[in-house]
Design a protein around this ligand. Structure first.
Ligand code: BGC
Length: 734
């Protein structure tokens, strides 16, 4: 692995393109300690209407359909030239949530370090790790000259086949909000705006450009929107991206309930809303609903709405000038609030070694040990090991689409050369096989590609342990048509497991998959998309250099028939384009806020692996569960003890049940690191919204009075420890 290779960008001096065109007003405004709002007001006071309007429209940055970078643009998703003399920086806008994207390889030195999938970061349940991961990609963005990053994705996993689930965090609003919000905070600690997306209900890729996600407002506020709300409170993103789909008939980017009433009024969001690429459909309607900036409007949308059309709307009085002022104020405010004016990017070589270590640690914390019969893991460092399949000899797979990062060191698996979006799967050159050999030089480790099942079986028979790497490539624009691993993986695993009882499966997947061979293998490690440091992370996990500590943020069903929506209408279209535009059907989310594990709980369904599940190499015991409600705060206290012989991290979870019934809800967790024999008392403070119903009529949260159930568990199905607590009801403003 070429970790030491540095990327040398143009220069280590401040990038002149990012420096203001004439530093006049922004820097003439008061000092950097002034509130961002006030500084924005001062800058805008000097601006003409035309200049203000120029802030509302970005152009394609060269990433769209093979176009070229505009003058001043570095080559990315979008570019916005700041008004001359304003003192504001140009906006260099880049994808995305896992690392710095180089669309169509437009920049000569555009490779970057990639985090593992967002799902992996979320599965760590470690908000500090999420923040550090965000800071790493924020730093790389800044060092590459970018000041706006198009990630944190916070859409909930309403369907385990979602093509972009790997970019998001999972099926729970609290978990998603805290983890994604922490990543956003990390990005923004580097003076780069982070963009919370795709707001809202963009939970599927099928028909994403046309379909209406229909759900009642109350259920939406208690599920998907609660995830966004908590992410916003945690991370304070400078921008939010409205999504392609419609929500209750209205396009998300012209939906007043989503953009204005909920986000700007109820949540007091002070930043700006940009459209997804191709998600603006009108000028006045969108502006009045709350859209502040049209993205790549020269290429992505049917017409450049927020240019002459919007100017004509203002002239004709269809859009008041005060709204234009508000749009510009929100944008400029975010530039000040996130430090874009005071700390313009200083281009520098990426510190690939340090950054890859962050990606590696993220994967080490996010991989989930699902099964470990007879303690097959960790592997003995002297064993004879047959590594099979998944291109583990050269690298690890990644997810496709706009979050795809160009690997440092280049792509290591040559695909068939698929021309259609998103092209062949990209493998990062972090080889699990090489890393395993480096980790255990005394072991005898062979490799078989797994393409010929009989040969793989022979290799497995000759070894003490067989480790099968299996992949599932998922990508933006298309949902997985089924829940199977790619290629011959299911048959390969079944045959290898029949030949060797000590078979371990390492799954590199974008989603939960069905595991028909589950009970015949000894071990299963869910690695998600492992990122730039993935091979090393997996070797360290397999040999016990580091103990797995990830826990599922998604339910693994036993069959698709258990899902709230067993079929995705239109998922079997011929190509990605056809699928995204499939029909303009309505998708009625009649499961309401009972997403994922809550659906399983409500319907008494037994999953294959439940939300929250995750094993490690030691054992833990919890006791002393106490729940107290004092001063309007529910606090849950308990003891955790490491009862095994190895150090490890436990993630005990607290779930609550409301007195008037309904499915249980995750109410909090702790990540506790303990040495063998060590114990600690920990407590969890429960966010009052998780004890409440949203009251759509009065636009507030209502906590009912009565006895609440409180579970302490290792997953969403663990009923072993339970207490009740009396809560006095109350109402809360949103
Ligand atoms: C995606 C966004 C992305 C944008 C710019 C869209 O197709 O949905 O997530 O940020 O493209 O590349």
């Amino acid at each position: 692995m070429k970790l030491s290779r540095k990327i040398f960008l143009l220069s280590a001096v401040a990038c002149s393109m990012m420096v203001a065109h004439g530093a006049a007003h922004a820097h003439a405004a008061k000092g950097p300690t002034d509130p961002a709002d006030e500084r924005a007001r001062q800058v805008l006071a000097h601006m003409s209407l035309q200049d203000k309007m120029s802030l509302l429209f970005s152009v394609d940055g060269g990433g769209f359909n093979g176009s070229v970078a505009p003058p001043g643009g570095l080559g990315s998703a979008a570019y916005l030239r700041a008004p001359a003399g304003s003192g504001l920086p140009d906006l260099q806008i880049s994808d995305a949530g896992l690392g710095i994207r180089n669309p169509a390889h437009i920049r000569k030195d555009g490779a970057a370090v990639s985090l593992p999938s967002g799902l992996s970061t979320a599965s760590s349940w470690d908000v500090d790790m999420a923040r550090e991961a965000g800071a790493m990609i924020g730093r790389e963005a800044w060092q590459s000259g970018f000041n706006v990053l198009l990630g944190g994705g916070a859409d909930l996993t309403r369907d385990p086949r979602g093509g972009r689930n790997f970019e998001y965090a999972g099926e729970d609003p609290l978990q998603t909000g805290r983890m994604v919000g922490s990543t956003i905070a990390g990005v923004q600690s580097q003076h780069v705006i982070s963009t919370l997306k795709h707001y809202a209900m963009n939970d599927l890729e099928t028909s994403r450009m046309t379909m209406s996600a229909d759900i009642d407002h109350v259920a939406m506020r208690e599920s998907d929107l609660l995830g966004f709300e908590i992410a916003m409170e945690t991370g304070h993103p400078g921008s939010v991206m409205c999504s392609y789909n419609r929500v209750n008939d209205l396009y998300a980017c012209e939906n007043p309930y989503l953009l204005t009433r909920t986000m700007k009024q109820d949540w007091h969001y002070p930043g700006f809303v940009m459209s997804d690429w191709g998600a603006t459909h009108s000028s006045a309607r969108a502006a009045l609903a709350g859209l502040d900036q049209e993205s790549a409007g020269d290429h992505a949308d049917a017409r450049p709405y927020f240019q002459t059309l919007l100017a004509a709307d203002v002239k004709a009085g269809r859009v008041p000038q005060s709204r234009i002022d508000d749009m510009a104020q929100r944008i400029v405010r975010s530039l000040f609030a996130q430090g874009l004016v005071d700390h313009p990017p200083v281009r520098a070589p990426l510190d690939v070694v340090t950054d890859t270590l962050v990606a590696q640690r993220d994967e080490e914390e996010g991989a989930v040990l699902l099964r470990n019969e007879g303690n097959v893991l960790p592997l003995a460092t002297t064993a004879r090991i047959a590594v099979i399949g998944g291109h583990a000899d050269v690298g690890v797979i990644s997810g496709g689409g706009s979050s795809q990062v160009d690997p440092i060191g280049g792509e290591v698996v040559k695909g068939p050369g698929k021309k259609d979006w998103p092209g062949d799967p990209v493998y990062f050159p972090s080889s699990p096989l090489r890393a395993m050999r480096a980790e255990a030089p005394a072991a005898h480790i062979t490799y078989d590609p797994g393409t010929n099942i009989a040969a793989a079986v022979r290799a497995a028979r000759a070894a003490d342990v067989a480790v099968v790497y299996a992949t599932q490539f998922t990508f933006e624009g298309m949902d997985a048509p089924n829940m199977h691993l790619d290629g011959n993986a299911d048959a390969l695993i079944a045959a290898v497991a029949a030949a060797n009882p000590h078979t371990v499966v390492v799954m590199e997947t974008g989603d939960p998959v069905l595991m028909p061979w589950n009970s015949s293998v000894a071990g299963v490690l869910e690695a998600w998309f492992p990122g730039s440091g993935g091979g090393t992370a997996l070797a360290r996990l397999l040999f016990g250099k580091v103990a797995p500590s990830g826990h599922l943020t998604m339910t693994f069903p036993q069959a698709e028939s258990q899902l709230a929506h067993p079929d995705i209408a239109g998922v079997n279209a011929n190509n990605v384009f056809e699928m995204q535009f499939h029909t303009d059907q309505e998708l009625v989310y009649d499961e309401g806020s009972d997403v994922g594990y809550r659906w399983f709980d409500r319907n008494h369904l037994k999953p294959l692996y439940p939300f929250g599940h995750g094993l490690t190499y030691t054992t833990f015991a919890t006791d002393g569960l106490v729940a107290g409600y004092h001063h309007k705060q529910l606090t849950v206290t308990f003891n955790v003890r490491n009862t095994g012989t190895r150090p490890g991290v436990d993630v005990p979870q607290v779930y609550v049940g409301l007195p008037d019934g309904g499915a249980r809800r995750l109410a909090g967790w702790q990540r506790v690191k303990l040495a063998p024999g060590e114990s600690r008392q920990v407590s969890v403070q429960v966010d009052p919204r998780l004890l409440a119903h949203f009251d759509g009529r009065h636009d507030r949260w209502d906590i009912p009075s009565g006895r609440f159930r409180v579970w302490l568990g290792t997953s969403a199905v663990d009923d072993s420890q339970q207490v009740t607590v009396h809560v006095h009801g109350r109402t809360m403003a949103p």
